[in-house]
Design a protein around this ligand. Structure first.
Ligand code: LUZ
Ligand code: MOS
Length: 750
């Protein structure tokens, strides 16, 4: 089935937040944000700005009627700064004007004076100074100190990975309309409508039922709108509430890049121990996460790093510690992979370094240590239906690693100034929110009198195709044409207490809730048909819009059954509720069974480096991926391709740079390079690993959003391997992104 939005997207007819028609008298908001990374406001003078014709109001923390607090995991972040400033881009005031242009002019007229304090931008420095967001956490398996003593090889090192700008095409935005009785209608480009509802209510000091949040779709999010859509909505809501006027606040791209948090940069120390047969016996690591100036989702992200410290390998002795380091940067946030990519890069760096020291191929170490059935993860979960070996062996068989290696060797012999390198990346990603209570969802289904169906769930469509998958679920259960089904907006009054659409679990959680609701409706319709036809329920089924009795069609079809059931006063609406069974986790012991299941796969990358210029191409990527029983191969392959390129971007060219004053230097698309079609791999082959899928995946079709991003890690190592061929003096470094600049230095390092 094609994505239900594809035609409208292509025609430009899909409605995004900025396309919602504005009411007469709607006003525009603009954020006045901190120009300094750390300090104290001494004087704030709005008089000149307020005198500008068309400026309506300027609000600060003092105008907040409720609690000036955004934090959910840790309450450490004001919506509007009170006196202290903690990062460049921190919101201080909201300018409300008749047009955005007037607000921009007014912004220049604001007079601010401040006292500056020393700043920290580096995570290791913050760790040394013990500036932490939350206390560090450690996951342990076996006994690493004993184990290291028995290793034939012990190698240590440092791995760094950089931040990443989400660059959703639609920037952060909200449009808020006041309704009677101090209630608000909030249109927000958010992954988490309930977070928006909760924080808007908290800021305004009103209860949640007065705030209705409605979301049709997002123009991309990638984690950037799991938490950070909320302050934008809260600022627009504050103004709309106080002025009793509709207020729109949509960030300009440059404001969005400057003010919002990104993927967390990590600096990590590692130590890896192997025996003579290349078994990894012990692994220790310290992750230092650059959290920025407030918690946001950092503690959860640091937790997922710990969960993925061993990726798809079994290591019997592990000690992984994570530090969430507080710095004077915008609070970093969720980004596709949520801490797992950072952790996996560390282990791959350790393996690459060990391979170099021992003098073997990294491939040998990787293959020797792949996870097997019933192996224990460091957090206590036992690996089941493990497909890491399966993905690897299919990669060898179908996509022939050997041939690729031979081709590369031949090429490297023949060429002087171009060199090729290869790297393999196996993945294992846990599916479920690591916070157990978030693994729940609801769906509301109405069957209308004419047989058409309206579906509401807590899932947010952000381009990933979740709504298409939901249509498939309903159409499968009822066995009706897909055109009968309409996916409604995601709205907190129809589906309450939603978890954000995140953790790759949107289709699983909401799809399961929808399946439950549809099944309940189906049994009522079958009961109704049995009464109408006077035959027993067990003989009745619905197929392709026909009612079948003992598998043959009778005079009753879907439309007539629905209408007659309505006349019989059968309940034609249903709410489904799903909570992932079996999962649990004990944060005191750091052990449990946090994931419904894991997604596995393996990719082999070939890179070609131009050894004169330092530029490179990711030539070819072959992937064997465990989709389970994919319910939509077009959408799932699309997710793989997008994630792959995003992962390659993170590892090779997307370089977030803050200067010593905490100002974002890579603050526009002219200074921040994202992959375009030219930097996408020339050839991508995606092979579906045929597996049974998992009971806990929707229709046994495994979650696909995040896992493939981590294939991109191979880009780093493929380029590095090519560099090594050209320059035998090059000393391995693990400092992503591997930009052409760094490649050039590496090629000529002495
Ligand atoms: N968001 C979240 C996530 O709140 N918890 C998670 O475990 C998670 N994992 C991946 C992506 N977003
Ligand atoms: Mo996310 S990183 O919002 O799944």
């Amino acid at each position: 089935m094609k994505n239900i939005d594809s035609i409208n997207h292509v025609k430009g007819k899909s409605v995004y937040l900025d396309d919602i028609p504005q009411q007469e008298g709607a006003l525009h908001g603009l954020v006045f944000d901190s120009p300094i990374a750390h300090g104290r406001i001494i004087k704030l003078d709005f008089q000149e700005a307020l005198n500008l014709p068309g400026v309506i109001e300027i609000y600060t923390a003092k105008d907040i009627p409720g609690i000036n607090e955004l934090g959910i995991i840790v309450e450490d972040e004001p919506l509007l700064a009170e006196e202290e400033l903690h990062f460049v881009g921190q919101a201080i005031a909201i300018i409300i004007a008749e047009t955005e242009l007037i607000a921009r002019k007014a912004k220049k007229l604001i007079n601010i004076e401040f006292e500056e304090f020393p700043i920290i931008t580096d995570e290791r420095e913050a760790r040394i100074k013990e500036q932490f967001i939350v206390p560090p956490r450690t996951f342990k398996l076996g006994d690493t100190s004993k184990a290291f003593a028995q290793c034939d090889y012990v190698i240590d090192g440092v791995a760094k990975s950089g931040g990443q700008e989400h660059l959703y095409i639609e920037t952060q935005g909200a449009y808020v309309v006041p309704i009677e009785n101090d209630c608000l209608m909030v249109h927000s480009s958010t992954q988490g409508p309930t977070s928006v509802q909760k924080i808007v209510a908290r800021i305004l000091g009103i209860s949640m039922h007065k705030v209705e949040v409605d979301v049709r779709r997002l123009g991309g999010a990638f984690g950037g709108k799991e938490d950070q859509a909320t302050p934008i909505a809260a600022m627009a809501a504050l103004a709309a509430y106080l002025l009793k006027k509709p207020v729109k606040l949509v960030l300009h791209r440059l404001d969005d890049m400057r003010m919002t948090g990104k993927r967390h940069p990590y600096t990590s120390d590692f130590k890896i121990g192997l025996n003579k047969d290349l078994k990894i016996i012990a692994f220790e690591t310290d992750y230092m996460q650059n959290a920025g100036a407030a918690a946001d989702l950092s503690p959860a992200i640091m937790e997922r790093s710990l969960f993925h410290s061993t990726n798809s390998y079994f290591i019997p002795n592990v000690r992984a510690t994570a530090y969430s380091c507080k710095t004077n940067l915008p609070p970093n946030t969720a980004f596709r992979g949520f801490g797992a990519p950072q952790a996996m890069f560390v282990l791959e760096s350790a393996i690459a370094k060990a391979a170099e020291v021992i003098g073997v191929d990294a491939k040998k170490i990787q293959e020797t240590n792949l996870l097997k059935e019933n192996d224990e993860f460091p957090y206590g979960q036992i690996a089941k239906n493990v497909n890491s070996n399966g993905a690897w062996s299919q990669l060898e068989k179908i996509q022939s690693i050997d041939n690729i290696e031979k081709e590369i060797a031949l090429y490297n012999e023949q060429k002087d100034h171009f060199k090729k390198g290869m790297a393999i990346m196996p993945i294992s990603f846990g599916i479920s929110f690591t916070n157990v209570s978030m693994n729940q969802a609801r769906a509301l289904v109405h069957i209308y009198q004419d047989g058409s169906i309206g579906v509401s769930t807590g899932a947010i469509e952000m381009g990933q195709g979740v709504n298409t998958k939901l249509v498939q679920v309903a159409s499968k259960v009822f066995s009706v044409n897909k055109n009968r089904i309409k996916l409604e907006t995601t709205n907190t009054t129809r589906v309450a207490n939603t978890s954000p659409t995140a953790a790759s679990s949107g289709a699983d959680l909401n799809g399961k809730a929808l399946e439950i609701a549809c099944n309940a409706l189906l049994s009522r319709l079958i009961q109704s048909a049995s009464e109408i036809l006077g035959v027993s329920e067990s003989d009745i089924s619905l197929k392709n819009e026909e009612v079948l009795v003992e598998n043959s069609a009778v005079s009753l079809n879907w439309e007539r059954l629905v209408l007659e059931s309505y006349f019989k006063r059968v309940k034609l609406s249903e709410k489904g509720h799903y909570a992932t069974p079996q999962i649990h986790f004990d944060k005191n012991k750091e052990k449990g069974h946090p994931f419904a299941y894991h997604v596995y796969g393996a990719a082999v990358f070939t890179a070609t480096v131009d050894c004169v210029k330092g530029i490179y191409d990711i030539e070819k990527v072959n992937i064997v991926h465990d989709f389970g029983k994919s319910m939509n191969k077009l959408i799932d392959n699309g997710q793989i391709e997008g994630a792959l390129v995003q992962g390659i971007g993170w590892m090779t060219m997307e370089e977030i740079v803050y200067n010593k004053k905490g100002e974002l230097m890579s603050n526009a698309l002219s200074s921040y390079k994202v992959p375009d079609i030219y930097s996408a791999p020339k050839e991508v082959n995606i092979e579906h690993l045929e597996t049974e899928g998992d009971e806990m995946a929707i229709m046994r079709s495994k979650a696909v959003g995040e896992p493939p991003l981590m294939y991109g890690i191979a880009a780093y190592f493929a380029i590095q391997n090519a560099v090594k061929v050209f320059n035998p003096n090059y000393n391995l470094k693990f400092d992503a992104p591997f930009t052409p600049e760094k490649v050039l230095l590496a090629l000529y390092e002495e």
